[in-house]
Design a protein around this ligand. Structure first.
Ligand SMILES: [Zn+2]
Ligand SMILES: [Zn+2]
Length: 437
């Protein structure tokens, strides 16, 4: 059967790449994955999966930082023009873009695999050396780009779905393929986790396409560490506008609060307990040159190698934000718009995967060290902790490959040969967890 899985992955490689390129071309940002989600649902449906979408697998009020209605509506119209599946588009509109494909095959364990599917708010490079531009599959949706490999994740998921359906007679148990929206800025997993769809899962895993370390040609890390806990905050300073020359003393300067805030956020001391991060990603303020700025908005994030370190950063940051309001007598509003925890990968599960892959797919190079470093955050943590809380096991793997630039760069691209390897890895693990005795 392992040979068959490898053969099917080979046969389906071109199709997997084509799907990835199509998703790349029509990149959609978090909560707006209408074309993406509707086509995933259609495909799973056609393959014979039970398909649950939108409200069936999401807790509506746990969706974090949804775009305004106007953007939701525009993106819906765009998806319609770009070939979305009309039946499923109706079910995923208004930011209900999660899709779960379920294959029930008698009594046995329940396995869940998670695939994230959103793009980033990046203007893709038009440089001819950038392969998606050169080959004509660069994003046609201005300001949305798959620069984190989630296009690859979805294409891997759809091919895995096809292979598992073809070999289902040799397995018993339940498979849940979970396509999660809005992973970027860690906003989407919580709503899926709280829907209860994960509550019967015995084994849960995900994988992220990630840059190979220099001098390391491993394809697979069984888990990831240095997954940071993180909090995303939107900060709004409200001041009072006034004539900048005539009577500046009557103004309350929101821009100055924001500026003081930015500098002092970056002055939060390091912590000897471990790594921390802070970033102010955007700032918008003021309306006109000769007006004391009345409004300012910042989008910031803090991270920590442990939940305690993230908490240290968040508490300190909130004090700085409040302090900067006090300095210029403005009023501040802080909105939490994303959150994730550190991910604990289960060692026994990683051991089991090492044994399965090294025995049955020895061509896949597994790193000696179990865990690769993510040096980032992923809200998959909501899902792992949900599954672990009822005794299930979980891990978050790394599919290592050559890349052109770091993730989240406008010229990021990855070596597509990793797609086939990831398909083999997921399909083989699932088969061995569920195979008939
Ligand atoms: Zn990312
Ligand atoms: Zn990512």
């Amino acid at each position: 059967m392992d040979k068959k899985i490898e053969e099917l992955a080979n046969i389906l490689e071109d199709e997997t790449i084509a799907i990835r390129r199509s998703l790349h071309r029509y990149a959609e940002r978090g909560w707006l994955e209408y074309r993406t989600a509707s086509l995933i649902a259609r495909r799973l449906d056609n393959l014979g999966y039970q398909v649950l979408v939108g409200k069936e697998v999401m807790k509506a009020d746990a969706r974090m930082n949804l775009p305004p209605k106007s953007i939701l509506d525009l993106s819906y119209k765009r998806a319609l023009l770009q070939g979305a599946d009309k039946y499923y588009l109706e079910k995923v509109k208004d930011g209900y873009t999660a899709v779960v494909g379920i294959l029930k095959n008698g009594k046995g364990p329940t396995v869940g695999i998670r695939f994230d599917m959103d793009a980033l708010g990046i203007l893709e490079s038009k440089n001819e050396e950038h392969i998606p531009t050169q080959l004509g599959f660069g994003s046609c949706n201005l300001g949305a780009m798959h620069a984190c490999g989630h296009d690859g994740h979805v294409s891997i998921g759809l091919t895995v779905a096809k292979i598992l359906m073809q070999i289902k007679e040799s397995m018993h148990g339940t498979i849940k393929l979970i396509f999660q929206p809005a992973e970027e800025s860690v906003r989407g997993a919580k709503s899926v986790a709280l829907s209860g769809i994960l509550d019967d899962i015995d084994y849960l895993y995900a994988g992220h396409i990630w840059p190979q370390n220099p001098g390391d040609d491993s394809d697979l890390y069984l888990g990831m560490d240095e997954t940071f806990a993180t909090t995303k905050l939107d900060v709004f300073y409200h001041g009072v506008s006034a004539h900048a020359s005539g009577m500046p003393q009557f103004g309350k300067n929101a821009l100055l609060s924001a500026a003081s805030c930015i500098l002092n956020l970056h002055a939060i001391p390091r912590n000897s307990d471990g790594c921390t991060r802070i970033n102010v990603g955007t700032v918008q303020a003021g309306t006109s040159r000769n007006v004391v700025p009345e409004i300012a908005k910042l989008e910031i994030e803090v991270r920590g190698a442990t939940s305690q370190l993230n908490q240290y950063m968040e508490v300190y940051a909130r004090d700085v934000i409040q302090g900067a309001a006090l300095m210029h007598d403005t009023y501040v509003e802080i909105k939490e718009v994303g959150k994730a925890f550190t991910i604990d990968c289960d060692q026994p599960f990683m051991n089991k995967i090492r044994q399965i892959i090294s025995t049955y797919q020895p061509q896949i190079k597994i790193a000696k060290k179990d865990c690769g470093a993510l040096d980032g955050s992923d809200d998959f943590s909501y899902m792992t902790s949900r599954v672990q809380s009822h005794g299930g096991q979980a891990t978050y793997m790394q599919f290592a490959c050559k890349v052109t630039e770091t993730p989240h760069n406008d010229a990021y691209d990855f070596d597509e040969s990793i797609l086939k390897k990831a398909v083999i890895i997921f399909s083989t693990i699932t088969y061995h967890l569920l195979k008939n005795d």
